[in-house]
Design a protein around this ligand. Structure first.
Ligand code: NAG
Ligand code: NAG
Ligand code: NAG
Ligand code: NAG
Length: 463
């Protein structure tokens, strides 16, 4: 089994941390004195770097005469990635004792559509005249059904001023203020700056194009929920043992085989699909092909030399996935071995640092004994088809590769490992023809390191 789990590399995937950041700020407690007018801090402009631990594998494995050029191009691509993924997030500080009421977070609008800003109000003592100003960066503001030009200034502009001698009336107008984004973007944000006399507050508007759901219409039957996928290469004997063991327990379930053997042999049977690929196309190319053909909500990944046991029950995986719909990947146990890892990733301007920790987990999965949140699981897992397709298996990786998929999926896939879901591993003699393809040659390893240096913007990994 050890051989299977193979060492591999890669990272990233950041999400939008707008809401958590702001909540953290609100919960933070410790007060800092800050100059009143600046309510926005930008996190990323400061340079950051990470340290590689002893015995880390270094990625900078490219010929020195190309290094400068590669680093330059890598930096450019990384900038684009940061823009797309919006890791550049502002920290907003809530003003102390503010008379201004506004939505701290959670105000989400559709691009270029008018939406009322919920919760705007002014709470203050009596004045002769009340005047508030709202300003945005990439949109326009207005008061819906504005009654009187005198009180509202800047209708459909980026800065709106409301004045009134009557606080009730002012609040009535504030409750009808709308925001409309003027730039088209499917996933971005704007800031609203709200002020009254010396009091200033800033809050975010999340601009999101709603997406259409993609659902799987499956009846409550294992054959309509799960497809078994595998990839084979020169191991028909093992593959047939696997197929027979599956059919003993699951006579009807669909099985998809991606086959890049040198001399393909036809494998047929009821509800078995064999996809022949160009010879030795590789491990991840095969996984991609197999998963691309799945039409069920879930697929179960098995290696071609696994064997279903009496206790191998796909239903147990499905039960957990259905009970916790946020899960994307659920790993089991192969031949009594429950390998799992966590990944520690620290970003850095000159490349990130990654550390893989065997046996590490984040926390137990509530309500399911023996299940833990992790980052990497064994080659025996049930996965949500659409979630895995979004991450994909990098077809560049044609020999050993496994952790790489989970590195690419970090922050995108919610992964769990459970100890009671087991499958067997066939014992087999060494195969002379197969092994040269399994074992990575030195030059291939170098090529792979250079690949991850660029692709994942990494400096090093520690196993
Ligand atoms: C950036 O670094 C400087 C110096 O270390 C520090 O004073 C400043 O507060 C940092 N800015 C941010 C936004 O973290
Ligand atoms: C991050 O935000 C700051 C301040 O708005 C901006 O100057 C910088 O270019 C942004 N960086 C990226 C990568 O978006
Ligand atoms: C303020 O306006 C509200 C609603 O328009 C009205 O009911 C109230 O009498 C006004 N107050 C004064 C002091 O004019
Ligand atoms: C699996 O189950 C079958 C039928 O119940 C039984 O004959 C066989 O011995 C079992 N195998 C093992 C390894 O327990």
């Amino acid at each position: 089994m050890k051989k299977k789990i193979i060492i591999c590399l890669i990272p990233i995937a950041c999400f939008i941390y707008f809401l958590p950041e702001i909540n953290q700020q609100a919960r933070g407690g410790s007060l800092r004195v800050i100059p009143k007018p600046s309510m926005t801090l930008h996190l990323s402009p400061n340079s950051s770097s990470c340290d590689c631990e002893d015995e880390s594998v270094l990625y900078q494995n490219v010929p020195t005469d190309q290094l400068d050029d590669i680093i330059k191009r890598r930096k450019k691509e990384y900038k684009g990635y940061q823009l797309r993924m919006k890791t550049n997030v502002s920290i907003l500080l809530a003003p102390a004792n503010s008379p201004l009421q506004y939505p701290i977070s959670g105000f989400i609008v559709t691009p270029q559509q008018k939406s009322v800003i919920p919760g705007l109000a002014l709470h203050t003592q009596k004045r002769k005249l009340y005047k508030v100003t709202l300003r945005v960066d990439s949109g326009v503001l207005a008061v819906k059904d504005a009654p009187d030009e005198k009180e509202v200034n800047g209708q459909d502009e980026s800065e709106l001023t409301i004045t009134s001698t009557n606080l009730t009336q002012l609040n009535n107008l504030l409750s009808r203020v709308t925001y409309t984004s003027t730039i088209y973007h499917i996933r971005t944000s704007d800031l609203v700056h709200f002020s009254f006399e010396d009091n200033k507050a800033t809050f975010p508007v999340l601009i999101r194009r709603p997406s259409v759901p993609v659902l799987y219409n499956s009846v409550n039957d294992i054959n309509s929920l799960v497809t078994i996928t595998t990839k084979t290469f020169l191991r028909y004997k093992q593959l047939h043992v696997l197929l027979k063991s599956i059919r003993r327990v699951y006579p009807k379930i669909k099985i998809i085989i991606a086959d890049d053997s040198l001399k393909p042999e036809s494998v047929s049977g009821d509800n078995i699909e064999q996809y022949i690929m160009p010879p030795a196309q590789g491990w991840f190319a095969g996984r991609n092909l197999a998963v691309s053909q799945v039409t069920t909500k879930y697929f179960l990944w098995v290696d071609d030399d696994f064997e279903f046991l009496n206790e191998t029950r796909i239903e147990s995986f499905v039960e957990i996935m259905e009970a916790v719909p946020e899960l994307d990947v659920l790993g089991g146990v192969v031949s009594g071995e429950q390998f799992y890892y966590t990944l520690e990733y620290v970003e850095g301007d000159e490349g990130g640092c990654l550390k893989r920790i065997q046996g590490g987990y984040h926390s137990p999965l509530p309500g399911h004994d023996g299940c833990f949140f992790v980052d990497v699981v064994v080659n025996y897992f049930l996965a949500r088809t659409d979630a895995v397709r979004r991450v994909g298996f990098d077809p560049f990786l044609n020999r050993v590769a496994h952790t790489e998929f989970f590195i690419d999926g970090l922050g995108q896939l919610l992964v769990v490992s459970c100890k009671d879901l087991s499958i067997g591993h066939q014992t087999h003699e060494e195969q002379k023809e197969y092994d040269p393809y399994r074992n990575q040659r030195k030059d291939e390893e170098q090529r792979k390191l250079a690949h991850h240096f660029f692709k994942n913007y990494l400096k090093c990994i520690k196993y």
